[in-house]
Design a protein around this ligand. Structure first.
Ligand SMILES: NC(=O)c1ccc[n+]([C@@H]2O[C@H](COP(=O)([O-])OP(=O)(O)OC[C@H]3O[C@@H](n4cnc5c(N)ncnc54)[C@H](OP(=O)(O)O)[C@@H]3O)[C@@H](O)[C@H]2O)c1
Length: 278
């Protein structure tokens, strides 16, 4: 694959997943990185930029939102200036900007219309805005990949996480529809589903001692007996930029390691899990 002059656009580049994706894309296939973040974690963004530049790849950081249509327009105008037309080989949508709470009250905060709107806007609708604007600005390179991210909670019920799960369900439909719309032009749209990985988004969702318990118990029910890492997710996304990604379109790719598949088994056969490593 000739990736000279080609770029990976990574939304949420200062985050755990986005940062790992940026590093992996820069290493192989060697894409320039156009990263987007809001500037709340400047040290993390600077570290990603160092990692990318150390590979010899170009790096441009856009500090601003990526979750509303207006923000997407501003960012795409900058991509056009920095990278030029038909330069974006892969878009990675790694924004975590959701609200936790319940729809009808209870132990967690009630989700009001502002939180519902914001979560859907930044975690689901913005993926469509990005696809629309990349097409409108003629930014997509031949055989480009548009990659969104989801988690196994979309198939389940977890108190407090219902709004994020609903946004992920919308994302699944957006991916399916857009894959059919843009597939004939040679581009691919895909949703990568992976289990819990240790990032800021996860750490703020739990008090520290609670996170230690959750991490231990999730590791115990995962067949590999450990969590997936952001580096593994990043390396897989980088593979999708190449021939591996040719035939994934409009669909969800399961990289969960079947993390939640055994949850019923933990009730039926708890002894299988209680003392299992780690
Ligand atoms: N962590 C997991 O276990 C897990 C599992 C499966 C799927 N995922 C998915 O992977 C994606 C990334 O999650 P993560 O855990 O890596 O998140 P994270 O480490 O918390 O990083 C989130 C990133 O999003 C940026 N961001 C948030 N709102 C933004 C906005 N409106 N505009 C622009 N940038 C924004 C943040 O930058 P600033 O703070 O500077 O704004 C940061 O770079 C999400 O879609 C998540 O649902 C995560």
């Amino acid at each position: 694959m000739d990736t000279r002059q080609q770029w990976g656009v990574v939304l949420g580049v200062s985050g755990g997943t986005g940062g790992a994706v940026a590093g992996a894309l820069a290493r192989n296939p060697g894409l320039g990185i156009f990263g987007v973040h809001r500037g709340r974690r400047p040290e993390a963004a600077a570290e990603v930029e160092r990692t990318v530049r150390a590979t010899g790849a170009a790096c441009h950081m856009h500090v601003g939102g990526a979750g509303t249509f207006e923000e997407v327009q501003v960012a795409c105008a900058e991509i056009l200036r920095v990278a030029g037309p038909r330069s974006v080989k892969l878009l990675a949508h790694a924004i975590a900007d959701g609200s936790y709470g319940t729809f009808l009250g209870g132990q967690r905060a009630l989700l009001d219309s502002r939180r519902i709107h914001r979560t859907f806007e930044s975690m689901a609708h913005s993926f469509v805005y990005w696809a629309q604007e990349l097409v409108a600005c003629d930014l997509l390179a031949p055989e480009a990949r548009l990659v969104a991210m989801t988690n196994p909670m979309v198939d389940s019920v977890v108190h407090g996480w219902g709004l994020v799960a609903a946004a992920k369900a919308a994302l699944e439909i957006y991916v399916r529809q857009m894959g059919h719309e843009i597939g004939p032009k040679g581009h691919r749209v895909m949703l990568l589903k992976f289990g819990m990985v240790e990032t800021q988004a996860i750490r703020v969702a739990f008090p520290p001692d609670e996170w230690a318990r959750v991490k231990r118990e999730i590791s115990q029910v995962t067949p590999a007996r450990r969590l997936c890492t952001v580096e593994e997710v990043g390396a897989f996304v980088a593979q999708l930029a190449g021939p591996v990604g040719d035939w994934f379109n409009g669909s969800t790719i399961d990289l969960t390691g079947n993390q939640t598949g055994g949850l019923l088994d933990t009730i039926f056969n708890p002894g299988n899990y209680r003392n299992s490593p780690p």
